[in-house]
Design a protein around this ligand. Structure first.
Ligand SMILES: NC(=O)C1=CN([C@@H]2O[C@H](COP(=O)(O)OP(=O)(O)OC[C@H]3O[C@@H](n4cnc5c(N)ncnc54)[C@H](O)[C@@H]3O)[C@@H](O)[C@H]2O)C=CC1
Ligand SMILES: O=P(O)(O)OC[C@H]1O[C@](O)(CO)[C@@H](O)[C@@H]1O
Length: 385
């Protein structure tokens, strides 16, 4: 069995590649980093180390890689694959569409059975987004047939994998915890179970629980930690003021999730405690700049900060924590981050009032708007948000 996976990065190697390999798939990675592609092909294997006391190391054997710029070769690999997955960042999905469309065309010509294409990105409906890009690359008269030849089940993926600091470029250190949940209803009929993957009939509660707890909590820690001058999440989590802020944020998203999806409050409280512990993992060094990366994506209306705040507003739940997190995301000015720089330029050139609406979609007459303005101005003046 062959798995084609786009993105031989932290999640690709340290999570998706590892799990698929444990389910018996040979991994064929596709990446635009030519050095990485060459190294994977040279070695044919790589190691994944668990960030815990034992530091257990697992080896993924039988790995190979293709340069993502070679559309014909990638399409051919897709034609021969049993599953296709991605972990490139949701913003990079459009760039995969051409090769995937070509691969699907080859499968249709050969009468190959339908396979799943699963986007393992931090986004609601990632595979559905990918499907949209792929369909745009296909002639309209091919789209119905393509939709039968290729399934795009949405998924939720959770495993903290920081930027790697190992001498071995292919060694990936990952937290021991992982969760990969896939929408069973969109899988091709008879698709086999995957080891370590949970197939569910309704993905929305799982993806929202994950995104609005792990990712909202992590991003809030990162933006608060950045403002206070901490380098890593682990350092920020030692500051009780940061932890208390993140607990407030997760109390707000928790209230939304409990109401929206009928979650059990006590169980959700235990989930929050477990997640805060994962952030503290002393065997990981996770930079606040990595976790806060791409603030424009993180401030977008459907993502981890604004969406729960809007849902809460609609339910009459107060959100001072989320408002502060949104304001701190707007103030995140790391020069290492392209989106942070774009946001800061926009703030300088267009002003706060226009920027809030442009990036969060929140209009000036929305009750959250004034609170965000106030929180941002307090931050700007060096006060508590
Ligand atoms: N690192 C983490 O803790 C987690 C990350 N995620 C999600 O996983 C995705 C990937 O994140 P990471 O692995 O951390 O990023 P990464 O930067 O380590 O890996 C991304 C890889 O994709 C490659 N890539 C970019 N554009 C490409 C293209 N057009 N074709 C082929 N390859 C391409 C890059 O060269 C890189 O090797 C993101 O959507 C992220 O939100 C989800 C859960 C946890
Ligand atoms: O910042 P991104 O690209 O959404 O992804 C990284 C996030 O995903 C996580 O791994 C959570 O699953 C966290 O490490 C981090 O908050």
């Amino acid at each position: 069995m062959i798995a084609v996976h786009f993105g031989a990065g932290n999640i690709g190697l340290g999570f998706i590649g590892l799990l698929l390999s444990q389910s018996g798939y040979s991994m064929k990675f596709v990446d635009v980093n030519a050095d990485r592609v060459a190294l994977i092909n040279e070695r044919g294997e790589y190691r994944v180390r668990l960030a815990n006391e034992e530091g257990e190391t697992l080896v993924v054997k039988g790995a190979s890689a293709i340069n993502g710029r070679d559309i014909a070769q990638v399409a051919q690999a897709i034609a021969e694959a049993d599953i296709v997955t991605t972990a490139v960042g949701v913003g990079a999905l459009p760039y995969l569409a051409e090769a995937i469309a070509e691969g699907i065309k080859l499968r249709m010509t050969a009468g190959a059975p339908p396979i799943p294409f699963i986007a393992c990105e931090n986004a609601i409906g990632g595979s559905t987004i990918l499907k949209g890009h792929v369909m745009e690359k296909l002639a309209p008269e091919l789209r119905d047939q393509a939709a039968r030849a290729a399934a795009f089940p949405d998924a939720a993926v959770d495993r903290i994998v920081p930027i790697q600091q190992n001498d071995d470029e292919l060694l990936v250190t990952v937290e021991p915890f992982y969760e990969w949940i896939v929408d069973r209803t969109a899988l091709p009929a008879g698709f086999p179970e995957l080891q370590g993957v949970l197939f569910v009939d309704k993905l929305e509660p799982y993806i929202e629980r994950k995104l609005f707890t792990v990712n909202t909590g992590h991003a809030s820690t990162a933006y608060a930690g950045y403002r206070l001058g901490y380098e890593t999440i682990q350092e920020a989590m030692k500051d009780e003021a940061v932890v208390s802020h993140v607990r407030t944020v997760l109390g707000e998203t928790g209230a939304v999730l409990v109401r929206q999806h009928g979650l059990d409050q006590a169980e959700h409280d235990r989930y929050i405690v477990k997640i805060l512990d994962r952030f503290r993992n002393p065997y990981l060094t996770d930079e606040v700049v990595r976790v806060g990366r791409s603030p424009i994506r993180k401030l977008s209306p459907n993502d981890r900060l604004v969406r729960p705040a809007l849902l809460a507003q609609g339910m009459g739940i107060e959100t001072p924590g989320l408002v502060r997190a949104i304001a701190e995301a707007l103030a995140f000015d790391s020069q290492e981050d392209q989106e942070a720089m774009e946001l800061q330029n926009a703030l300088r050139e267009q002003g706060l009032l226009a920027v809030i609406t442009k990036y969060t979609g929140i209009e000036a007459d929305h009750p959250l708007y004034a609170s965000i303005v106030l929180a941002y101005e307090r931050i700007h003046q060096g006060q508590e948000a």
